[in-house]
Design a protein around this ligand. Structure first.
Ligand code: ADP
Ligand code: ZN
Ligand code: ZN
Length: 733
């Protein structure tokens, strides 16, 4: 029996980022396991702090006195032995500490010492017989059999409108029983049954290949509407039949109520749902449900990949190209990379799906690291929409100064007259609508962040989408005093306002950053549009994802260029993906669809390829470009972000780090340095931002040494300067 334990302490400082050895007192020896949260005396004053057991040792020889573990804090383990290699690999790969890794795989509730809420739920005890084989006992018995342990007596009574006394009769006579059970803080709503479809040949082939091939990593490249969800569901069903567990990842789940709707509709409430909008209590409960083997399926956003299934066999990552799969705080992991680690360590099958795979993943599929499966047809007879590119420069020549082209206006008019629905999409990030002076070019920017303010019509204010500060609009330019202040760049509000001018009787609904801040707002807007309460849905990025509305026949992209002009090597890829995804919202029912893309750069390959539904064409252009420029997947990018409220200090430190990195790079021919220079977004929340980008053949070890060098440089400026590093960043802004 182990006598010593190596412990990771709950402290983020890199100074204590190593296992500390503790003696296991006799009284704890029987119970202590890897992953237990424990109390230990630490440091000179022997302050009691939390730690996690990382490994167990029979012997340990030391010249120092070894302290003893004080107590075990929970009756469950926070992680298992099988997670140790994952933690080790994450720490190395994401250049972070052990405890930071533990904090992403274990929900916050564990750190807070949350316990499960318990109550009594109803189970079957013995077969119904004799005079009880009749209504209402038959029915109650049937429901309990189906729902074992899900309902308390009163929930059962309420949900199914059954009298409590009938339930009590069955309990008294020993047919059903109440057992002390954990209850979920998560409200288990009932969903409409989602009917099983007969797979078409294409879908069936994909399912069969994944189930029966010896390969473990798959990429399903299926056009929008090709029925990938149905494939995932089939894979889950087959996995469940083998009594094994599955995880389905979707991009930020709150944004795709439709996915949850479908999965709950098919698999009932026996699935765990895990996303960032849950409270700590709800997350803890869902995590526990998985841990206690109450469910065999979880659906969730990126952190669901860490759910502690015992018998995990399938991981599906839907829309694998989505940037929400990457964490923007340490450890800056990507769910796909974690999937690959779990595939390697635990033999799990990893299935990625997308209509527009990331360039990196498609490259891997081409080099056979992933088995590529292609779906080229829409599942339900629907056809791909016809796409038209409108050159907005010509509209201007024709004296059309409005934000809508003649073609788009005619198409909207036609769809409205046929009582069909329309989606208008604005390709922008928060900072791309701005207010400026037409005379001197002055742009209104946030005082705290170097970001153009966004104009809000409804309360006549300017607001910053980074820090949230607002100010009143100004009629006079603060720089030159002219009164030619102009609201540039169409926001969704502006679009809505204009639509009302052209089509006064059309009902519109907006979905963007502002209208979806409240917890269930997204779902409400989604349901309202689905129910046909509006004719036109106007929105940003968030409407491009996964929505499936049968009555939408027209998608208008109001300005396709905005994301193209961002200084980031992935901007072409982003634009292509966005346009393809949003175009895929049209014509998903029996009526055919139309997409109109308005642009000032109709010659861009991203826009042309998107309009032709030509992924392959886009990919060839893009991969050649990446190769020429030596960008990923041909190299690695290492981003060092330095920020401070003190601009002078920031510039000095950035140059000094840059100097030292350049010195170091003399031994590494294959690594280039870009910068130091100010970031595209030069200031956020009063902090100025500079960056250094390294590009080339960068190994983890090298990146760690650079990171250490950076921290060494700011040692004497603790608190005044922040550094963040990312090996393989998704955004360079
Ligand atoms: P994707 O996820 O590939 O965009 P979906 O899974 O949303 O596609 O499927 C698109 C539509 O086709 C959905 O309405 C779905 O119900 C329907 N569908 C999927 N598979 C089939 C099938 N085998 N037969 C009929 N309809 C199907
Ligand atoms: Zn001016
Ligand atoms: Zn701001």
């Amino acid at each position: 029996m182990a006598s010593y334990a190596q412990v990771i302490i709950n402290n983020e400082s890199s100074m204590v980022d190593r296992p500390f050895t503790y003696k296991i007192p006799e009284r704890l020896k029987d119970n202590l396991k890897i992953g237990h949260r424990i109390k230990i005396p630490f440091g000179k004053g022997n302050k009691k702090i939390d730690g996690f057991v990382f490994s167990l040792l029979d012997q340990y020889i030391s010249n120092y006195e070894i302290k003893e573990i004080e107590s075990i804090e929970d009756d469950f383990t926070a992680f298992e032995e099988r997670d140790i290699p994952l933690i080790e690999e994450m720490r190395e790969r994401y250049l972070c500490t052990y405890i930071q890794c533990i904090k992403v795989i274990v929900p916050a509730g564990v750190f807070e010492g949350l316990k499960l809420k318990k109550s009594k739920t109803v189970y079957i005890k013995k077969t119904l017989e004799g005079k009880y084989k009749k209504e209402p006992y038959d029915r109650i018995y049937g429901i309990v059999k189906e729902s074992q342990g899900i309902f308390t007596k009163s929930q059962l009574s309420k949900t199914y409108n059954i009298s409590l006394s009938s339930i009590n009769t069955l309990i008294k006579n020993g047919f059903i029983q109440e057992l002390e059970e954990v209850v979920d803080r998560f409200d288990q709503r009932n969903y409409e049954f989602y009917e099983r479809k007969n797979l078409n040949d294409n879908q069936r082939e994909v399912v069969e290949t994944i189930l029966h091939s010896d390969e473990k990593k798959f990429l399903i490249h299926g056009i929008t509407g090709s029925g990938k969800t149905e494939i995932y569901m089939n894979l889950v069903e087959k996995t469940m039949e083998l009594e094994k567990d599955s995880i389905i990842l979707v991009p930020e789940i709150a944004l795709t109520p439709q996915m949850v709707e479908r999965f709950k509709g098919r698999f009932g409430n026996k699935i765990a749902v895990f996303h960032s909008k849950l409270s700590n209590g709800e997350r803890f409960d869902e995590w526990m449900r998985v841990k206690n083997r109450k469910v065999q399926l979880a659906i969730g956003a990126r952190s669901a990949i860490f759910l502690p299934f015992n018998n995990l066999s399938l991981i599906v990552i839907d829309e694998e190209h989505e940037s929400s799969y990457k964490s923007d705080s340490d450890p800056k992991y990507h769910a796909r990379e974690i999937g690959e680690i779990l595939q390697k360590n635990q033999g799990v099958k990893l299935v990625l799906g997308s209509a527009t795979p990331s360039v990196e993943t498609y490259f891997k599929a081409n080099s056979r690291e992933y088995h590529l499966l292609t779906l080229t047809k829409r599942a339900d007879k629907a056809t791909l929409p016809v796409t038209e590119i409108v050159d907005m420069r010509e509209e201007l020549v024709r004296k059309n100064k409005s934000m809508f082209s003649g073609a788009l206006l005619r198409a909207i008019d036609e769809a409205l007259s046929k009582k069909e629905q329309i989606i208008l999409f604005l390709n922008r990030r928060g900072f791309s609508t701005f207010v400026s002076c037409r005379k001197c070019g002055f742009v209104f920017k946030c005082r705290n962040c170097d970001i153009s303010l966004t104009y809000h019509h409804h309360n006549d204010t300017l607001s910053c989408h980074y820090c949230g500060s607002t100010e009143k609009t100004k009629k006079i330019c603060p720089k030159c005093g002219s009164s030619y202040v102009k609201y540039f760049g169409a926001g969704t509000e502006k679009i809505e306002e204009n639509i009302k001018k052209y089509f006064p009787s059309a009902k519109t609904i907006r979905m963007d950053f502002d209208t979806t801040r409240k917890k269930d707002a997204y779902e409400e807007i989604y349901n309202s549009f689905k129910a046909g309460n509006a004719d036109i849905l106007i929105g940003t990025q968030m409407i491009a994802k996964g929505l499936d509305f049968k009555n939408v026949t027209l998608v208008g992209v109001v300005a396709a260029d905005i994301s193209l002009n961002l200084p980031d090597f992935r901007s072409g890829e982003r634009t292509f993906q966005l346009l393809t995804q949003v175009g895929g919202r049209a014509g998903r029912g029996e009526k055919s669809g139309k997409v109109i893309i308005q642009t000032y750069t109709p010659e861009s390959y991203s826009i042309i390829a998107a309009s032709n539904h030509d992924y392959e064409g886009f990919y060839q252009e893009e991969i050649n470009l990446r190769k020429t420029m030596n960008y990923p997947p041909f190299s690695k990018v290492f981003l060092i972000n330095i920020s401070s409220k003190d601009e002078a200090l920031l510039i000095k430190i950035s140059h000094s780090i840059g100097q030292e990195v350049k010195e170091k790079l003399k031994d590494y021919e294959k690594i280039e340095i870009l910068g130091p220079c100010p970031c595209t977004i030069g200031k956020v929340k009063e902090n100025y931002r500079w960056q250094i980008i390294l590009k080339g053949d960068i190994e983890n070890k090298f990146a760690i040494s650079i990171k250490n060098l950076c921290y060494e440089k700011i040692k004497n400026h603790k608190g005044d300067i922040k550094i963040s590093t990312d090996l393989n960043p998704l955004s360079l802004l």
